[in-house]
Design a binder for this molecule. Structure first.
Ligand code: NAP
Ligand code: 8YV
Length: 324
């Protein structure tokens, strides 16, 4: 007997796709199906499993009167209206910790690629230019003597900081609160952080409180040697302001794993040689995606078998399944 009727939003990782049908009755919808969701099906649904493909917003929540839990595939849950879920007594879970080291590895790789122009250098070789034109030009920047500013010194931010320390980088950070247990230099404003460093690592979550906070003022404070790396969310950066800052030399370059309207990437960025662009691959190894998928499954099983999710988000700290 299935534990619950579960709505799967978009494509899920293979482990989740294999495990969920062993325990649940699966119903699948895409973004375009939300408006026409059958009300009889909506009544039966008590759980959602999903990533960022279909927003869990007021419209979808309004069609699922018996929903108990949203198990988000990803640590970032900005596509889920967690505040509204909290008001409605719906638990939201995410996938913290299991991906932090992988994303930090990607962030360091992206930073090195950007500072040392490794993608452009490889394109030079593949195009036969090493033979026809000679060596790739010396890079404008070096990681030596660079100072790293981390926007969002959380789980992933700290894993990045540990790695950057090993590279000899001086580390500063900004968040809403000073952290007494770290030795890095705190700045109570983002502009203050940008003024103090030349390399800005963005690893803060998306959502209303961070929308566009890396703006023209912050980019100007970073300065002409400035390099921006973003592995957090695309919405944290004012993308048009970033394009302009790269075009007019306000900053030197950027390395981006996330974008405002994925999978769309502004044509201006694609045309630039002083940026490194990755298609949101921060956690994208089989090992780490399977760990994330297992946590999605464990949260759902924990909820329906024992009344306890494994990793509820801060807005919905519920530990008991609703009764009745
Ligand atoms: P976390 O442990 O919750 O850390 C988030 C940090 O951001 C905290 O230090 C928090 O500090 C800071 N922050 C939150 N709101 C802020 C605001 N309004 N202004 C300034 N700082 C703010 O989360 P995590 O596990 O490190 O994950 C961070 C994010 O990385 C996720 O939310 C997700 O968007 C992104 N991510 C991307 C990938 C990828 O593939 N590229 C993979 C995984 C995660 P304060 O509370 O002190 O402000
Ligand atoms: C995933 C992420 O790419 O965990 C996050 O917040 O951004 C990534 O790990 C994404 O969640 C998969 O849909």
């Amino acid at each position: 007997m299935a534990l619950a009727d579960i709505l799967v939003l978009g494509r899920m990782n293979a482990l989740v796709e294999e495990e969920l049908p062993k325990h649940f009755t699966i119903h699948r919808i895409g973004r375009e199906d939300v408006a026409s969701l059958d009300p009889a099906l909506g009544e039966r649904i008590t759980a959602i499993a999903g990533g960022a493909h279909v927003p869990v917003d007021a419209e979808l929540l309004g069609k699922l009167p018996n929903l108990e839990i949203v198990a988000n595939f990803g640590v970032g849950y900005d596509s889920v209206d967690a505040r509204l879920c909290g008001e409605k007594g719906i638990c939201v879970t995410n996938t913290p910790e299991v991906l932090s080291e992988e994303v930090a590895d990607t962030a360091l790789g992206l930073m090195l690629m950007t500072v040392r122009e490794l993608g452009a250098a490889e394109r030079h070789l593949r195009a036969g230019k090493w033979v026809s034109e000679g060596p790739y030009p010396l890079t404008r920047a070096s990681l030596q003597n660079r100072t790293l500013g981390i926007l969002g010194l959380g789980r992933i931010g700290k894993a990045i900081a540990r790695r950057a320390e090993a590279f000899g980088m001086d580390i500063h950070y900004h968040g809403r609160t000073r952290q007494d247990d770290v030795a890095y230099t705190y700045h109570d404003t983002l502009t203050g952080l940008a003024e103090a460093v030349d390399t800005l690592m963005v690893v803060a979550p998306g959502g209303a409180s961070t929308k566009g906070i890396v703006n023209a003022e912050v980019l100007s404070a970073l300065g002409p040697e400035g390099i921006v790396i973003n592995v957090g969310r695309g919405t944290v950066i004012d993308e048009p302001a970033l394009v302009k800052a790269l075009q007019d030399g306000t900053i030197l370059s950027a390395g981006l794993d996330v974008f405002e309207k994925e999978p769309q990437v502004p044509a201006e960025l694609i045309a630039m040689d002083n940026v490194v662009l990755l298609p949101h691959v921060g956690s994208a190894s089989h090992l780490t995606r399977n760990r994330m998928g297992q946590l999605v499954v464990d949260n759902l099983l924990g909820w329906f078998n024992d009344g306890r999710p494994v990793t509820p988000v801060a807005e919905t700290p519920f530990t008991r399944r609703k009764q009745g």
